[in-house]
Design a protein around this ligand. Structure first.
Ligand SMILES: Cc1cc2nc3c(=O)[nH]c(=O)nc-3n(C[C@H](O)[C@H](O)[C@H](O)COP(=O)(O)O)c2cc1C
Length: 192
């Protein structure tokens, strides 16, 4: 069975170091045999979650599309920037909308539950977004996901990539690819 991984970053900024990191981790997962669907959250814009809005209009097409992609996936690969010690509001808002019940009334959380997830982060600072990962992992766990232990918090990320968005350091490159590969293997194990 081919494992399907949905990959997205909590930064939609052009030149985002998290997107670059995510792309390399995704390559590691693909190399390990997974089929990776890498999306940009800017293509799935959502309003800030509001219960009144949800009551009035229900889930938007973008929220439904994200839910469908989650349903179709065996695992998630997520990159997040660190903003003031936490993960990005874009990521939280996206997860919140995805967790809401769909048209058939099935709790959105159902589609997260039991699936492995890998988290990576990058920052120009020395800690590489490690603090953001703690709160993100907590929330993913609350959604019933299974965060895998393999992780990378890439510090000094503004100097880590070359002009082709490749990591300059081979050891770091292998570590990042290893996170993607570990996710693919964890999902494969759960599926078998
Ligand atoms: C509002 C804000 C808060 C930030 N707080 C942190 C922080 O707590 N820790 C950190 O390492 N970097 C912090 N940064 C710097 C980001 O890590 C940096 O902008 C990074 O490039 C964002 O990721 P991206 O390149 O993927 O967009 C902050 C940036 C912004 C805009």
């Amino acid at each position: 069975m081919t494992i399907k991984i949905l990959a997205f970053s909590g930064s939609t900024r052009s030149g985002s170091v998290n997107q670059k990191l995510l792309d390399i981790a995704a390559e590691g997962a693909a190399h390990a045999g997974a089929q990776v669907v890498s999306i940009r959250l800017s293509d799935y814009a959502l309003p800030i979650y509001d219960g009144d809005l949800e009551s009035q209009t229900g889930l938007s097409d973008n929220a439904r599309a994200l839910q469908q992609m989650l349903r179709d996936s065996d695992a998630l690969l997520i990159a997040s920037p660190e903003y003031n010690g936490g993960y990005s509001a874009l990521l939280k808002n996206t997860l919140d909308w995805m967790s809401r019940p769909g048209k058939d009334g099935t709790a959105g959380q159902t589609h997260f539950a039991g699936k492995p997830v890998a988290v990576v982060s990058a920052s120009p600072g020395p800690l590489g977004g490690a603090r953001a990962q703690i709160s993100l992992r907590h929330v993913l766990g609350r959604l019933g996901m299974l965060p895998i232990p393999q992780e990378i918090a890439l510090g000094h990320a503004n100097d880590a990539f070359d002009g082709n968005n490749r990591l300059k350091d081979d050891k770091t490159d292998a570590l990042v690819r290893g996170v993607g590969a570990a996710l693919a293997k964890a999902a494969q194990k759960l599926a078998s």
